[in-house]
Ligand binder design. Structure first.
Ligand SMILES: Cc1cc2nc3c(=O)[nH]c(=O)nc-3n(C[C@H](O)[C@H](O)[C@H](O)COP(=O)(O)OP(=O)(O)OC[C@H]3O[C@@H](n4cnc5c(N)ncnc54)[C@H](O)[C@@H]3O)c2cc1C
Length: 522
């Protein structure tokens, strides 16, 4: 970065980048150690966290235990989960739900006062905690944001767009961020002895996504550009039923609709999923998503028909989906809902150990931007918010053990919101086309060329380079993995190799993607 630094902000204690559930929970767990939480938009209101509809998985029912939760997670992960990490997360889950209850999260409760537990696809037991039906993300984010604002050791800095990690002697010592816009734009260096990235996923790098604009892989790109080891970037989960009404991001038609018996049909009313998987509409997410994708690619339209299964009770039982449909003039009680798969969740990310440490000294990672080994090649529903909580607590403990705590309250500082531009349309279209539900050598090679051209045209702009670095890692790792597994399908390598291995690579490895990624220790 060559631009002039307008201001230096010293951060006592730790610096967290990201105001989603992972970032805010980590900051709360660090208290009373001083921590600065930096976000592009308002803490608790931006990022994917506030949009989560389902809930958080934790084995809390009397007939459930962590082993069953771990077994379901490993089954979904298609051979690439790290069993030790899965065990740790499944064991810690109930304690993290208890933390959220302490912070005031208003989980739905049964008549006897106990937290109500719901069942979700691929979970063998009812173990999902919800808030007000489909409002888990919004309510938990708001609870954590309120709590963080009232915690004296936490300084919230909103309206900063981080663009690069600050390095000294191979160690992360802070980060550079832009604030303001136009003539008032300023470049700030924030210095801290511990930097924690909690920047979320990268769905917005795809043309069709359920993710908000902030989910564009910038934390991943920043860490990769600084030399961090990246793990499993090729694994991107696509939700089968985003509502196809031309909105960006695309609203979700929750899986619960199919759980209630809604069926997938084409424009002629032909049912086609039964031929693809024995469980039909309730088959694994990646298989249902790919079947829909292929139907659309063959020139058809696909609809979710809820008329018989849900009908007139739709508005009352699924208010969020109902509102999305009605905004496009579709009444789902009497009309099928047009649907298409959409990029939804990134299993890969910055490689992390069991304490959230990255391969770079001074840098920890937590939440969707991290790759801990929990999800393998396919995430089990409602495990992602959980991962942010479990690793948030572990990162806090690790950082606290390394840094001396201080009791002084940092000065508050509030700046105007920085304008955020979407990633280039060409990049999003190319990612959807070549690194989507079906990939092959030709398309991925073409994608890497397109990314290279976009990088060159960007004249070294750091924010653009973060985005293209994230896209490059997805494309290169997808090219390297010459097999099909979980969310990653290669039409030129449809087989699943007998011995599956996680991918570990650096940004430098994407220059000449070798067929088999080398295994490296963190
Ligand atoms: C529609 C939808 C429904 C979902 N439902 C569920 C569910 O039911 N259960 C579940 O477990 N998971 C669900 N998920 C996934 C889950 O919501 C996410 O994985 C999780 O919220 C990620 O949390 P996070 O804190 O890591 O990131 P986010 O919540 O995405 O927060 C990232 C933060 O980083 C900030 N940021 C990013 N880059 C920069 C930058 N360069 N400068 C400054 N700030 C930056 C953003 O502004 C934001 O504050 C869902 C996701 C979506 C999109």
């Amino acid at each position: 970065m060559t631009s002039r630094i307008d201001n230096i902000i010293e951060c006592e204690g730790a610096l967290v980048l990201g105001g989603g559930i992972a970032g805010l929970f980590t900051a709360l767990k660090l208290a009373p150690m001083p921590v600065t939480v930096l976000t592009g938009a308002k803490a608790g209101a931006a990022g994917s966290s506030a949009w989560a509809q389902g809930g958080i998985a934790a084995a809390m029912a009397p007939d459930d235990d962590w082993r069953a939760h771990a077994a379901d997670t490993i089954a979904a992960g298609a051979g690439l989960c790290d069993p030790a990490i899965v065990e740790m997360v499944a064991k810690d889950a109930p304690a993290r739900i208890a933390d959220l209850l302490d912070y005031g999260a208003p989980f739905d409760r049964k008549a006897d006062g106990n937290v109500a537990l719901g069942l979700e696809a691929a979970h063998s037991k009812a173990r999902i905690v919800h808030v007000k039906g489909d409002r888990a993300g919004a309510e938990i984010s708001a609870t954590l944001a309120t709590r963080a604002a009232a915690t004296p050791s936490i300084r919230l800095l909103e309206g900063y767009h981080a663009v690069e990690l600050a390095m000294a002697d191979g160690r992360v010592v802070g980060l550079f961020a832009r604030t303001g816009s136009g003539a008032g734009a300023r470049l700030v260096l924030l210095r801290a002895s511990a930097v924690i990235l909690a920047t979320g996923g990268l769905g917005a790098l795809y043309a069709v996504t359920t993710n908000p604009l902030e989910a564009r892989g910038e934390g991943l790109g920043m860490a990769a550009r600084a030399g961090a080891l990246i793990a499993d970037p090729e694994f991107v989960q696509f939700h089968p039923t985003a509502i196809a009404i031309g909105r960006d991001p695309a609203p979700l038609a929750t899986e619960a609709l199919r759980g209630e018996g809604a069926t997938l049909v084409d424009e002629r009313g032909k049912h086609f999923i039964g031929a693809v998987h024995a469980d039909g509409e309730l088959g694994p997410r990646d298989i249902v998503a790919r079947a829909i994708h292929r139907r659309i690619a063959a020139g058809h339209q696909v609809f979710l028909d809820c008329r018989a299964a849900i009908g007139t009770s739709f508005a009352q039982r699924f208010p969020t989906v109902f509102a999305s449909c009605m905004s496009a003039g579709i009444d789902p009680a009497v009309q099928p809902i047009p649907v298409a798969p959409a990029a939804h969740y990134h299993m890969g990310g910055i490689a992390s150990d069991r304490n959230g440490r990255s391969s770079l000294a001074g840098l920890w990672v937590v939440g969707e931007c991290a790759a801990t080994g929990l999800h393998g090649a396919n995430r089990l529903a409602s495990n992602s918010l959980l991962e942010g909580l479990v690793f948030g607590a572990r990162v806090a403990e690790d950082v606290r053990g390394l840094l001396l705590s201080g009791a002084e309250r940092p000065r508050p500082l509030v700046a105007p919101l920085a304008a955020l531009q979407p990633p280039p349309r060409l990049l999003r279209e190319a990612m959807s086309c070549h690194a989507g539900l079906e990939r092959d050598t030709k398309g991925l090679t073409q994608l890497l060329e397109i990314i290279g051209r976009i990088e060159q045209a960007g004249n070294g702009d750091a924010a653009l380079l973060n985005i293209t670095a994230a896209a490059r890692l997805v494309a290169a790792a997808a090219l390297m993995r010459q097999e099909s597994r979980g969310s990653h399908w290669r039409s030129d390598f449809p087989q699943t190799n007998l011995c599956g291995q996680r991918s570990f690579l650096t940004l430098a490895d994407t220059d000449t993607p070798a067929p088999t990624p080398q295994r490296r220790a963190l």
